[in-house]
Design a protein around this ligand. Structure first.
Ligand SMILES: Cc1ncc(C[n+]2csc(CCOP(=O)(O)OP(=O)(O)O)c2C)c(N)n1
Ligand SMILES: [Mg+2]
Length: 937
């Protein structure tokens, strides 16, 4: 019926007519599916008549002169027609509910109709009448059979939430014109069988060769392997040149061996784990490692990267997205077609982890889109020991994806042909619309959560079925046998060939092959270094005065006809005066000149964070808005032809996904400055997993470097417990092995040099900056242009009163106050008030890596120092005190007693009362200058 008699989606008539007109002019201008359809129409006359007739929502009026009975008959016919239309719609919208998705349930014997005819006012008497509805034409019986086959077989599709009729039509046409079948030739069938065999044999081989070792077997979900292969192949046909894959534990080793092309002997060497000295305190487990390789797909090269991944489920997704965006930007692939992110999820994690919703929210944002991600949920219907009933409130594990206007395909993983069909639909959808797409791959988990786990404690019934269940490969072999495509001997040959390869690889490994974890330091990264800071020379980060003056002038010019906000006019005027040397530079100008000199010198910058275009504290104004037209202008992107890009993006209101994204961006941008700014530093703990699992430990675990830079506004200014502290102590407790740089600059010049140092040194480490709030406008926290023109970032700043050229006499100093950040200016004011020339104030601008040598050198300049006092405004357990105490004591440089002045240790970082804050702050400043009882005396 339907195909032979040309089913026609008619619910978007103008669209179809336009397509048809285009087809008549030039056949190649329309999609293949439409081309075939229109060709089938035959005589090339524009279609008219019932199939194209728009349906009226009004009942037609009686025609003049027509006999009443004719009119009534016609009304009845039209009413029945409408009811059939509703039935067609219902299949399209809800057919998935009846699809046979769960391989552990028997396939239903095909019913006539899953929907009750009576619900639509129809009955069996209509079954053999002909209808035209929803673009389909045939008897009701034929229509139902057609729709059952398309929507209720082993593919269930959700598209009712998609508002755009063109998108729904495209999907419906693709599915209904084939009844969601795909014709596979023998070579494709053999390829599928080979992939399934590779997947199964690999797990069996590990099972017997490394008994009891954890591998998170893919068995029960082997279809993942052909599915991923097909995504890559289909993507290559759409000219995708790179695929970045993010996935968790389940089946990861299988993907490494059978998709990524990692030699199995390398995986076996990881299992053997023979050298206990190799990774003491370092490295990661084998099912977290990354890998990359080139694949040849029909003569096209596709580069594959599997991102390393922590145990924390789903967080890598944000990192993959950022990596993809960086790769696209580097290729200038602004249509975002050439690099494809492929994320493989678990059913429980996908439904449970909130970062999934955050990422879907980012999917279409101009600053974050990656042109669509292909998501595959390996839905084994269990999460560790937890049933879906206890794991989610939704029907499907994928329901969160319905927040986007994208199709969700559910497929029974035991129907390889359907697996091929959904991969084609999904990958073509991404290529056509540049949006995400989700495949929910229904399968089961043959063993427990890992190989040492007993699943029948908690899922006895399910596992009774699983134990009796033939593998996907066995079932597919049977099917191919019945089709006469393969003999049992041929199927066994494929398996034997695979076993032979694995045997050889194991023999190689056992005969002394040493594991070679791939180096992450090739290609783009070859020029950069991690390791220890002491191994990297400092470089001068000054910029010649005339260049600074020229850039300052360009930063403050507006294009002709641009009307700036009156306050912005004044802001630019002040910045111009700073550039002309008529005014000292404030913090914002220090930052703007750091950015300007970098992009002018060819270094790309990406800055993202909540409201960072203007800046939370209105100090940045990177993007200017025309006061009359609303147009925008970004001075940092208009410095000169050929400059590097300055990309600044207001982010969605999320920390964890955005920081993960920017970290990912930094992984593929060693030659650029990638910055994430928190609204207030206090909120950074919403991204704690990205900090602990990636930023702090990525180099240790995976030897992957990142220069991601975090700006975390921090200081005690009476704004309460959640607007005061970026929790310095926590950052310092994560600091070891020179894993990151933790800094607290106090002048615009220092910030300027710090930002430039971050990208101009070949040393790549994450940088955490406790950035200021009140200092942004403190008239003392200023610098001169000359300070930007010469020198470098100073890890420790000596007291200028006693430094060369200062008025003080260092020999009179008895007490040295060590501090970091904004409290310095308060201590300075107090010393001025108290006229205390016996107290020096030394600023620690780099808290980690510990600048012990610089501290020792600085303290050595005070020959009569008798007391060393660490002063901080944070409670004792929240600031740098414990870390500094530990570092100073262990360094052995202390010659005098050390004391601390801090707020008392506290559960919450700051008081909610402004008055209490002021009293506490006063006490700190006063105590810093008062006699102190040294406990060590
Ligand atoms: C954020 C996080 N919480 C908890 C865990 C512990 N954990 C590891 S695997 C797992 C179950 C995952 O289930 P699912 O997502 O369905 O994947 P499957 O193992 O079934 O493939 C859990 C809870 C984790 N790794 N990460
Ligand atoms: Mg699961």
């Amino acid at each position: 019926m339907a195909i032979g008699s040309q089913p026609l989606p008619s619910n978007n008539l103008p669209f179809i007519e336009e397509l048809y007109a285009r087809f008549l002019e030039d056949e190649s201008s329309v999609d293949e599916a439409w081309r075939n359809y229109f060709r089938g129409l035959g005589d090339r006359t524009p279609p008219t008549g019932p199939a194209f007739a728009p349906r009226s929502i009004f009942a037609p009026r009686a025609m003049n002169g027509a006999p009443a009975s004719e009119h009534e008959k016609r009304l009845a016919r039209e009413a029945a027609q409408d009811r059939v239309g509703q039935l067609v719609q219902r299949y399209r919208q809800q057919g998935h509910v009846f699809a046979h998705l769960n391989p552990l349930q028997p396939a239903p014997s095909s019913p006539v109709s899953h929907f009750e005819l009576s619900e639509f006012g129809l009955d069996e008497s209509s079954l053999d009448k002909t209808f035209t509805a929803g673009g389909l034409r045939g008897t009701l019986r034929e229509l139902i059979a057609h729709l059952e086959e398309t929507y209720c077989r082993t593919i269930g599709v959700e598209l009712a939430h998609i508002e755009d009729p063109e998108v729904r039509d495209w999907l419906q046409t693709r599915m209904e014109s084939t009844q969601n079948h795909v014709a596979l030739d023998r070579s494709q069938q053999i390829k599928l069988l080979t992939d399934l065999t590779d997947a199964e044999i690999f797990e069996q081989f590990l099972h017997t060769s490394f008994v009891g070792a954890k591998r998170f077997s893919l068995e029960g979900g082997e279809s993942l392997i052909p599915m991923v292969q097909l995504v890559i192949e289909r993507a290559a046909s759409h000219d995708v040149e790179e695929v970045v894959i993010g996935m968790a534990h389940r089946g990861r080793l299988n993907v490494m061996a059978n998709v990524m092309g990692m030699p199995p002997r390398e995986i076996f060497a990881e299992f053997a784990d023979e050298d206990p000295n190799l990774y003491i305190g370092r490295g990661d487990v084998k099912y977290h490692l990354g890998y990359s390789n080139d694949r040849d797909v029909d003569g096209k090269k596709v580069h594959l990267s599997l991102s390393f991944n922590p145990s924390h489920l789903e967080f890598v997704d944000a990192v993959v997205a950022g990596r993809v965006r960086s790769k696209q930007d580097r290729r200038k692939d602004l249509e975002r077609r050439k690099v494809l992110p492929l994320l493989i999820h678990g059913d429980a994690a996908f439904a449970g982890q909130g970062i999934i919703a955050e990422l879907f929210n980012m999917a279409d944002l101009p600053g974050y889109t990656v042109g669509g991600t292909v998501h595959v949920v390996v839905n084994n219907q269990v999460g560790f020991t937890t049933d879906p009933r206890d794991a989610r409130s939704t029907r499907y594990a994928t329901d969160v994806a319905k927040m986007l206007q994208i199709p969700i395909f559910h497929v029974n993983g035991e129907d390889p042909e359907s697996v091929v069909q959904v991969v084609q639909l999904a990958t073509d959808f991404r290529a056509r619309y540049g949006k995400d797409v989700v495949i929910d791959l229904w399968c089961y988990r043959k063993h427990g959560h890992n190989e040492g786990d007993e699943p029948t404690f908690t899922q006895p019934e399910m596992y009774r079925k699983i134990h009796e269940h033939p593998s996907i490969r066995e079932q597919f072999v049977k099917k191919l046998e019945s089709l006469g495509q393969v003999t049992p001997e041929q199927a066994e040959e494929i398996a034997a060939a695979r076993r032979k390869v694995l045997d050889e690889q194991l023999a190689e490994q056992r005969s002394g092959h040493k594991r070679k974890r791939p180096s992450a330091m090739a290609g783009l990264w070859a020029k950069y270094a991690g390791g220890f800071e002491r191994d990297t020379a400092d470089i001068s980060t000054g910029v010649a005065l005339p260049v600074l003056q020229d850039l300052a002038a360009k930063l403050t010019m507006l294009p002709p006809g641009f009307t700036a906000h009156p306050k912005i006019v004044r802001f630019l005027e002040q910045r111009r005066e700073m550039g002309e040397g008529k005014r000292p530079l404030d913090w914002g100008m220090g930052e703007a000149l750091a950015f300007a000199t970098l992009v002018d010198g060819g270094t790309r910058i990406r800055l993202s964070g909540q409201d960072c275009e203007r800046g939370t504290f209105s100090h940045r104004h990177s993007v200017l808005h025309d006061y009359t037209s609303g147009g925008t202008y970004t001075p940092l992107n208009n410095l000169r032809e050929g400059q590097a890009d300055y990309e600044v993006r207001n982010s969605p209101l999320s920390e964890v996904s955005v920081l993960g994204y920017e970290y990912g961006y930094s992984l593929d941008t060693p030659d650029g400055l990638t910055i994430w700014e928190a609204q207030f530093g206090d909120f950074v703990n919403a991204a704690q997993v990205i900090i602990d699992q990636f930023i702090a430990s990525g180099e240790d675990k995976w030897h992957r470097l990142s220069g991601v830079t975090l700006l975390l506004p921090h200081a005690f200014e009476g704004q309460g417990p959640e607007h005061s502290s970026a929790r310095i102590a926590r950052w310092l407790s994560l600091s070891a092995d020179d894993n990151m740089q933790v800094c607290n600059a106090t002048t615009p010049a220092q910030f300027f040099h710090l930002l430039r140092r971050q990208v101009l040194r070949p040393f790549r480490k994450p940088l955490v900056v406790f950035s200021p709030k009140s200092l942004l406008r403190n008239p003392e926290a200023v610098s001169s242009l000359e300070e930007l023109a010469t020198g470098e970032f100073q890890r420790v700043i000596d007291d200028s009163l006693f430094a060369a050229g200062g008025e003080g006499d260092a020999s009179k100093v008895r007490r040295v106050l060590l501090c970091t950040g904004k409290v310095y200016y308060e201590l300075l004011a107090e010393r001025r008030d108290k006229k205390r020339e016996d107290v020096a104030i030394v600023r620690i601008e780099q808290l980690y890596p510990n600048p012990i040598a610089e501290i020792e050198r600085t303290l050595g300049r005070y020959p009569n120092m008798a007391e060393l006092v660490w002063v901080q405004e944070e409670p004792a357990n929240h600031g740098a005190w414990l870390h500094m105490w530990n570092a100073l004591v262990n360094s052995g440089i202390l010659r005098v007693p050390l004391a601390q002045v801090t707020r008392p240790a506290a559960a919450s970082p700051a008081t909610g009362s402004n008055a209490s804050h002021k009293l506490e702050q006063r006490r700190i400043i006063e105590t810093a200058f008062a006699p102190i009882q040294f406990s060590s005396r």
